[in-house]
Structures are given as structure tokens and as C-alpha cells.
Design a protein around this ligand. Structure first.
Ligand code: SF4
Ligand code: SF4
Length: 382
């Protein structure tokens, strides 16, 4: 029996609504396409926000057994290499330093503990909700060094670029950034190059695509023959995205489609992309599990390199040493599901996270912990 989609409360009042009808129609279309395809299909939702939405709205439970959604490497908290976390912890311990970062990063475990533990030990670690807030702390504390741990994909990188440019124009001398920004498309390519997870297409992230534009996924479609559909995060958007992916599979096509045209233009946000190109240059960077991927990160362009915290403080990145019992690296590559990890619910919970996928509110393990109900195994569905 298929479950129905949990639409927002406002749409559930008063019997039939166009939205509910439309969700039911999409559900029927998905079921019929899945029957027509007749084999197991696996799509990757690249972004953590999609993962949570798919769970929260009940979409995961209503998909036909032969349609499986895999989580991808789209959560910056989860993909940040442990050695970057270690570098941040080391910086926070330096005398006179204020380390500012987004709240999710505080509890991510590194080799040397976590930023939260460092703060408990006396380090000045502050949670900010924007890069601008970190710069404000620097202006308010001219006698201290303020380091912003900058993580995130193309959604947050333009904000970091903007504050670095402001810091330069205002000659702010005590501000720098430990830049760990990452780019989505090179990670998708690395996953496909690794070739150990069979995929039938990607549900491409809405937020990132607003900046980079739908056309950014063209190489994935052309070179790897993988269907790519850009979708927003509302249930109907996700259902439309999944229906579009299944339609392509049924027709043996690999096309680029955008069901989120209201927000995602073909070529993205020109102002943000210009800002990124001015302040940063693409760099080879390390990802959790995926290792170093050429051109997948951002480093400060020569004009702005005095704002590079690693350079300013002479930080050398150490080895990447992950907890062998934690399967986060496998989870973000679609190679394992949280329930494959012996620690899932068994020591690792959102209150006592052992890996980043359980720390982040939109990490896959946290989403499973909160929403997942048992469903047929992949083998049973094939
Ligand atoms: S968990 Fe936090 S960092 Fe990761 S995608 Fe969600 S909002 Fe972004
Ligand atoms: S359950 Fe915990 S330890 Fe296991 S993969 Fe998820 S975050 Fe890592």
C-alpha cells in the first residue's frame, strides 16, 4: 500500500485541494513509470536539504519499491575533511584568536576533539549565522584576530567572497578566513568516475543551482549520459523531479531538465558568479571519503591571499584520519545507508553524534534517525 504525501497543514484542510490532487497525480505517474521500467532504479539527491524533505514529507515511504533515492555529498558539514576541522580546532586554540563559524560545525568530531570541546576548554569560538556577522566581530574586536571557518557550496561561498572584498576595501587587518568551500559538480563527476555506485540520474539541488544555473550540470549529462533534473525542496517539486527522472529512464534518455525555473535560471546568478571568480580561484581540495578532487574547492585569489587564515597562521594540514567505525564517508557517496553502520542508534544519535552525518540537522544519519521507517531492502526491491 502506498502512503500519501504529508503536505503542509494549510493544504490539508477542507477536502480536495489542487495541490493534493496534483500530488496524487504525480504519485500515480511515478508508480506507473516505475512499473513500466520494471527494474530497480537509483537516483541520487545531491543535497542534504532534499534528503530531509524526502523523509519529512513522507515521499520516501510512498515511492515504489524499485525506486530508491540515495543521499549524496551535498551537505557541507558532512563533506568537510577531518583535517580541515582539525585545522580549525588548532586555530581556535591560538592565543588571541576568535574563531567564528556556522553552528553545525561546532560538534563535528575531528582528530583533536571538536570546536565545542575546544570552547569548553576556554577557546573563544563563536557561532555566526552569516559571514557578515564574522566580519562584524572583527570590527568590534580590533585587538583580536578573527578567523571565519568558511564552509559550504556555491550557496554560501558568494557571501564569504563579499565579506573578503569588504574587508579589503575597509582595510580590516584582523580578519581572515579558513576557506573550505566546495563545488558541487566536480564532486558529482568524482562519484561517477569512481564508478562503484550505479546511478540512473541526479536530483540536482535547488539552492546551489540558483547560483550556478541549470546549465552547470550539462557536462554530467553529456559526458556521463546521466539524467539531471533540478528541483526545489517542496514536496511537489521533488515529486516532479522524480517523475521527470523516471520518464527519462523509461524513454532511455539522458537530458538536463529544470522543474524549478521560477528560481533557477539556465546560467545562474551572474553577480554571484562574478564575485566568486574575482575573490576565489578553483583549487584541488580534500573531501571526506572522496579524497582530493582537482578543481573542486575554492582558494583565495592572489589579490586576496592575505585573508587566508592558513597562510597567516602557518597552519599545515595534517593527515586525514577518520574513525574507522563511522560509515559517514560511505553514506555521502551512496555506498552505504545509515542503518548499515553498527553505531547507528547504537551510541551515535543526534545528541551524541559520532560522525558528521549525525551532527548536521540535514545530514543523512540525522534524517534517518528522525524520520526513517523500515522499508524493503535494496535487494528485495531489485
Ligand atoms: S546541514 Fe547545514 S550545512 Fe548541511 S546542507 Fe543543511 S543547512 Fe547546509
Ligand atoms: S551512524 Fe554515526 S557513526 Fe555511523 S555513519 Fe552515521 S554519523 Fe557516522
Amino acid at each position: 500500500m502506498v502512503e500519501s504525501i504529508r503536505l503542509p497543514a494549510v493544504q490539508q484542510h477542507g477536502g480536495a485541494s489542487p495541490l493534493r490532487d496534483s500530488a496524487a497525480a504525480l504519485q500515480t505517474q511515478i508508480a506507473s513509470l516505475a512499473r513500466r521500467i520494471g527494474r530497480k532504479t537509483q537516483f541520487m539527491e545531491v543535497c542534504g536539504t532534499h534528503t530531509v524533505s524526502i523523509f519529512r514529507t513522507g515521499i520516501r515511504g510512498m515511492l515504489p519499491p524499485n525506486v530508491r533515492m540515495l543521499s549524496g555529498p551535498g551537505c557541507p558539514v558532512c563533506v568537510t575533511a577531518q583535517r580541515d576541522i582539525d585545522a580549525a580546532i588548532e586555530l581556535a586554540a591560538r592565543p588571541g584568536v576568535i574563531l567564528a563559524t556556522y553552528g553545525d560545525m561546532l560538534r563535528v568530531p575531528g582528530r583533536l576533539g571538536s570546536l565545542e570541546r575546544q570552547r569548553a576548554a576556554g577557546a573563544d569560538v563563536r557561532v555566526v549565522t552569516s559571514a557578515r556577522a564574522a566580519l562584524r566581530i572583527a570590527r568590534e574586536n580590533p585587538q583580536r584576530e578573527v578567523v571565519f571557518l568558511a564552509v559550504g557550496f556555491e550557496t554560501t561561498a558568494p557571501a564569504t567572497a563579499a565579506v573578503i572584498r569588504t574587508a579589503e576595501s575597509e582595510c580590516v587587518k584582523n580578519f581572515s578566513a579558513l576557506v573550505s568551500h566546495k563545488l558541487v559538480v566536480p564532486a558529482m563527476r568524482a562519484l561517477l568516475d569512481a564508478g562503484d555506485v550505479r546511478l540512473d540520474g541526479f536530483l540536482c539541488p535547488g539552492h546551489v543551482s540558483v547560483i550556478i544555473g541549470a546549465e552547470a550540470y550539462r557536462p554530467i549529462v553529456d559526458r556521463y549520459r546521466q539524467p539531471c533534473v533540478v528541483a526545489g525542496f517542496e514536496p511537489l517539486q521533488i515529486l516532479r523531479g522524480i517523475a521527470a527522472l523516471l520518464t527519462q529512464v523509461a524513454r532511455r534518455e539522458a537530458r538536463l531538465e529544470n522543474v524549478y525555473t521560477a528560481a533557477v535560471p539556465p546560467r545562474g546568478n551572474a553577480v554571484a558568479l562574478h564575485l566568486l571568480a574575482e575573490v576565489f580561484a578553483p583549487s584541488r581540495t580534500a573531501w571526506r571519503e572522496l579524497g582530493e578532487i582537482p578543481g573542486s574547492g575554492l582558494e583565495l585569489a592572489p589579490r586576496y591571499c592575505r585573508f587566508d587564515a592558513a597562510r597567516r597562521f602557518g597552519i599545515t594540514l595534517g593527515p586525514e584520519v577518520n574513525n574507522p567505525a563511522c560509515l559517514c564517508g560511505q553514506v555521502i557517496c551512496g555506498r552505504a545507508e545509515p542503518s548499515d553502520c553498527a553505531l547507528f542508534r547504537n551510541g551515535c544519535t543526534p545528541l551524541t553524534p559520532i560522525g558528521p552525518c549525525m551532527v548536521s540537522s540535514e545530514g543523512t544519519c540525522a534524517a534517518w534517525f528522525k524520520y526513517a521507517a523500515p522499508r524493503p531492502s535494496a535487494e528485495a526491491a531489485s
